[in-house]
Design a protein around this ligand. Structure first.
Ligand code: ZN
Length: 429
């Protein structure tokens, strides 16, 4: 029964991809009204924001009206997250998700299982639109799910034939497993797929290739795309999302840009508080229409994008973003010149709860500095970080923890959690 429900729901979601603009607009306005009414009556943080600007939910009739509502940034979400939640809610069913902060700002997020499932459906829709068939076998290379049972919803994409490999396993080990499973669809971080792809090239290729290659969680640069296409024999399709707000946008087979999931999110691009003109770069600010436990209204994701004014020829009516800049984490070099995905290293720091923000800096092989804005006077986390990073990168690595008062944003407004001045391990720039 559950399977039939999933198929029905996914088909319903898929049909929206070609809805006419007016119909989408009506749906978005309806969803916005329900969301803002919920926020006003249940969320102390949002109630305060409404009061601050002297507004009521009914003052926002369409998502475009939101431009007057205060923006929520990561630091505020980290410091005031509890205030977003309904103090009278029954929390017994809630799921807690600790975000590692691929931007260096760890966050505690809360969802209902149904909200996680809905996020999974959105990703599955993106893949169905790009050629996923229900009978395809799929491998998702991600954080290990056994780490915490509660995290499971996030990784389940609602695909029947889905198997998981761990980002923490060595590239050659994962390559061996892939050669056995021979999945038709492969999904993972660009950096991790590049490391396995390099292994694949060194071994002289495989007698199997995935039909579809999906990337997510990091920016896919033009060079990464070229490398992945060569290594895997198929051009990647990139998906864009964030734990806080769900999946935001996806590439289609034309790869002209990223279609925004406009039925579930409202995306704004702003500069100095004002919307940017088409073609101009602006900071991505997102409102998710469907989240209730931890509602996200005008959340500043920390990435940069521009609107495309070219219509896409694929038939999808969802608006198009041009290339997205942001979370381009790259690689960390460990003991003996071994290459690790920087995102994978960031994810390892998830259990370290005493950090308000951090940034990994690598300026020499065999050493890594981590700048930390500590959450309290407790310093036990320094040993914890040392152990985690040495266990992963090698015992001879010199790990230095620098306590700092703040980690500034880059000029563009982006937050980067990893900065490396070493030459790119895949090509010299
Ligand atoms: Zn398209």
């Amino acid at each position: 029964m559950k399977l039939l429900q999933s198929i029905y729901h996914l088909n319903r979601l898929k049909r929206r991809l070609t809805w006419p603009e007016e119909r989408l607009h009506d749906l978005r306005c309806q969803k916005l009204t329900v969301l803002l009414n919920y926020c006003y009556s249940h969320s102390p943080y949002y109630r305060e924001q409404f009061d601050k600007i002297g507004a009521k939910p009914e003052d926002f009739r369409s998502p475009e009206d939101l431009c007057d509502f205060p923006v929520l940034d990561k630091e505020r979400l980290r410091d005031r997250g509890e205030k977003l939640l309904d103090p009278n809610a029954d929390r017994s069913q809630w799921l807690r998700y600790r975000s590692s902060g691929s931007t260096g700002i760890p966050l505690e997020l809360w969802y209902l299982p149904t909200e996680r499932l809905r996020m999974g459906y959105t990703v599955t829709r993106e893949m169905l639109y790009n050629g996923l068939k229900p009978w395809h076998s799929m491998v998702n290379i991600t954080e290990p799910r056994h780490a915490a049972a509660k995290d499971r919803w996030y990784h389940r994409l609602g695909v029947m034939n889905e198997q998981f490999l761990s980002v923490y396993d060595q590239a050659d080990l994962n390559l061996g497993r892939l050669a056995e499973i021979k999945p038709q669809l492969l999904i993972g971080f660009p950096s991790v797929l590049m490391l396995i792809g390099r292994e694949l090239q060194q071994k002289g290729g495989l007698n199997w290739r995935p039909k579809l290659l999906f990337t997510l969680a990091e920016v896919l640069t033009a060079e990464d795309r070229k490398f992945l296409s060569q290594a895997w024999g198929v051009e990647p399709i990139d998906l864009y999302g964030a734990n806080e707000v769900g999946h935001l946008a996806f590439q289609c087979s034309k790869r002209n840009g990223y279609h925004v999931n406009t039925d579930s999110v409202h995306v704004e691009l702003i500069e100095n508080g004002k919307p940017v003109a088409s073609g101009q770069r602006g900071e991505i600010v997102v409102t998710n229409f469907d989240l209730r436990v931890m509602p996200m209204v005008r959340y500043r994701v920390g990435d940069i994008a521009a609107w495309s004014d070219q219509p896409c020829g694929c038939g999808c009516t969802f608006p198009l973003l041009k290339a997205i800049a942001g979370r381009s984490d790259g690689f960390i070099i460990g003991e003996g010149g071994k290459v690790y995905s920087a995102l994978e290293v960031s994810l390892l720091l998830k259990p370290v709860t005493e950090m308000l923000q951090y940034r990994l800096l690598q300026i020499a092989e065999n050493s890594l500095t981590i700048e930390v804005v500590p959450a309290s006077d407790d310093r036990i986390f320094i040993d914890q970080i040392n152990k985690i990073l040495r266990d992963r990168l090698g015992q001879s690595m010199s790990i230095e923890v620098d306590l700092v008062k703040e980690i500034p944003r880059e000029k563009s407004g982006k937050i980067r959690s990893v900065v490396s001045t070493l030459p790119h391990p895949f090509w010299r720039e």
